[in-house]
Design a protein around this ligand. Structure first.
Ligand code: ZN
Length: 404
């Protein structure tokens, strides 16, 4: 029945879709609340719910609390009614996930990207994995709703291509319509989006959907990226600018950024900026455990992470400063967008110091508005969050209740 939710003509199907969408978000949920939320009469609501049960899309969770009489039915969606495929393509790894409708990961396949991984080779691998994952879990092909693909590099959604694929270790990605290729190869719907957007979407649907409809996801790695959920929906720009937050200027007399401007957040809080600053201070002769083992030029980011674990004062100082600037950037973002929740992701967030210092700084700045109750939280450490978001995008396509 989920497939009938697309291109709806009848009012009844529309109502079924609205109910399914509410149960997906709020389940376990009873007929009384659903009737209040939708405005449908309780008897109509009960009849429609029965139809969703018959179609195998929802079931009673058994979690109803009895107030003396019979336990009320509390509905949840059936996670095994259909299945989703979530894919993440990066220049390092390709990840393929088999997900149920709760976005629970049932199976994972990974390909390390090397010089043989042309677009065609990689997407043939993805298609092979899909068949194998479905077979392994005894899932007939018609139960797969579609494939979602997330790419961290800029994508052209209209043309289904990766705009700048120069970091991929093999050729064949330039102007390659990966949506069309996967659709033909797998005879199913394929959706493509930017990886930062999909991480935000997965975090939202998995952890915060019941709490808010407005949040921002930020991450600091090679670049500083952000994505926003507004009124429960991903905000899409025509031009992909997910790393634009990195070029927010914090100090016009500050450090030179790779973009040519001075004082961008990227020049203080990204991994390359931290790496650069550590080497700079080592060369100026500041003491660090890193000097004992190697020349300053040989220090890479893994050495810095190790030194942080060893409480190296130079590395801790540089990271603390990077986190301070990141916190100022967060405060600026909060002032502008006023989200309820800011989720911080990226390599440094699970490490001590960075997240604590950044969120403390941001909270301090925001405190001039006592009414601002913004929550700044760490992203879940789920390694496959982008691919989970890619799968989520497929289910959202079928269940979104917007009128198009
Ligand atoms: Zn810049």
């Amino acid at each position: 029945m989920l497939r009938q939710f697309i291109g709806i003509t009848s009012q009844k199907t529309k109502n079924l879709k609205v109910l399914y969408r509410f149960i997906r978000q709020w389940g376990p949920i009873g007929v009384k609340t659903l009737s209040e939320m939708t405005g449908y009469k309780p008897t109509t609501c009960a009849r429609l719910l029965d139809e969703l049960v018959q179609a195998g899309l929802i079931h009673d969770s058994g979690l109803g609390e009895s107030s003396g009489g019979r336990k009320p039915l509390m509905y949840v969606i059936r996670p095994d009614a259909f299945y989703l495929i979530g894919v993440e393509l990066t220049n390092l790894y390709t990840t393929v996930l088999l997900l149920d409708l709760n976005l629970t990961i049932l199976g994972t396949e990974k390909l390390k990207m090397d010089s043989q991984c042309t677009a065609q080779y990689t997407l043939d691998y993805v298609s092979r994995c899909i068949n194998e994952l479905l077979a392994k879990h005894d899932i007939p092909a018609e139960k797969m709703l579609g494939i979602g693909v997330g790419v961290l590099d800029p994508v052209d959604l209209e043309r289904g291509i990766i705009v700048d694929s120069h970091l991929f270790p093999a050729d064949g990605w330039h102007d390659f319509n990966l949506v069309k290729y996967l659709e033909q190869k797998n005879d199913t719907l394929v959706f493509l989006d930017n990886g930062t957007n999909l991480a935000a979407l997965a975090e939202y649907r998995l952890n915060y959907w019941k709490e808010t409809d407005s949040l921002v996801f930020v991450s600091s790695d090679m670049g500083i990226r952000s994505s926003m959920i507004l009124k429960g929906k991903l905000v899409h720009q025509i031009n992909e600018m997910d790393d634009a937050l990195g070029h927010m200027i914090l100090d016009i007399h500050g450090r030179r950024c790779t973009c040519g401007a001075y004082g961008c957040l990227q020049a203080y809080s990204s991994l390359p900026a931290i790496h650069h600053e550590v080497i700079h201070r080592l060369k100026r002769g500041q003491t660090s455990m890193l000097q004992q083992n190697m020349d300053a030029d040989k220090v890479d980011f893994h050495h810095i992470l190790e030194a942080m674990d060893g409480q190296d004062s130079l590395c801790l100082e540089v990271v603390k400063e990077a986190a301070y600037y990141f916190g100022i950037g967060l405060a600026n973002l909060i002032f502008m967008l006023r989200p309820d929740i800011v989720i911080c992701g990226g390599t440094l967030v699970p490490k001590p110091l960075f997240y604590e210092e950044a969120s403390r700084t941001a909270h301090e700045r925001v405190a001039i508005y006592p009414n601002c109750q913004v929550k700044i939280v760490q992203s879940s450490t789920a390694y496959n969050i982008v691919a989970q978001g890619a799968g989520c995008m497929v289910l959202d396509y079928f269940t979104s209740t917007e009128i198009k």
